[in-house]
Ligand binder design. Structure first.
Ligand code: ZN
Length: 149
């Protein structure tokens, strides 16, 4: 458990315990299914895209604390953002969880998402943290499904 205990910071625990936007969105016009076979995380992301703006975004499914809290944080951050801003956040998030070159500035612009910079030391956990993001991108691109493999 030592690997995990380092990762389970307060924000992650909080979002895992009471995930935000954890519901099916009946009015949403975009959705995708995401699966991370390495861990068994399985989520659905729903987006209500009005013009270029993400009017509503929610998720459902099951998975480990990291995948769930990442999805929860992602939905609370992306609500009200434009498609372009969502793509930019995805790129930034991806850089932070996969590389060591993320600057202090990048981390601070990510706000709470910066807690996931801790997963970069655990390649298998990177897939958990980025699953929701890959699924969100698939939903925007109308690809219907995403896999971390
Ligand atoms: Zn996981």
């Amino acid at each position: 458990m030592s690997e995990l205990s380092e990762l389970y910071q307060e924000v992650i625990l909080d979002h895992n315990k009471s995930p935000r936007n954890f519901r099916k969105c009946e009015t949403c016009n975009h959705d995708a299914e995401g699966y991370n076979p390495l861990c068994g995380d399985h989520i659905f992301v729903y987006i209500d895209l009005q013009g270029d703006t993400i009017k509503d975004i929610s998720f459902q499914g099951s998975g480990c604390a990291i995948s769930k809290s990442s999805a929860s944080l992602m939905t609370s951050i992306l609500k009200g953002k434009t498609k372009q801003e969502a793509l930019e956040m995805f790129n930034k998030f991806h850089e932070v969880v996969t590389s060591r070159i993320g600057s202090e500035q990048d981390l601070s612009s990510l706000g709470k998402l910066a807690v996931f910079s801790g997963v970069r030391d655990y390649p298998s956990r990177v897939k958990c943290a980025s699953l929701a993001w890959h699924t969100m991108i698939s939903a925007l691109k109308e690809e219907k499904s995403a896999s971390t493999e």
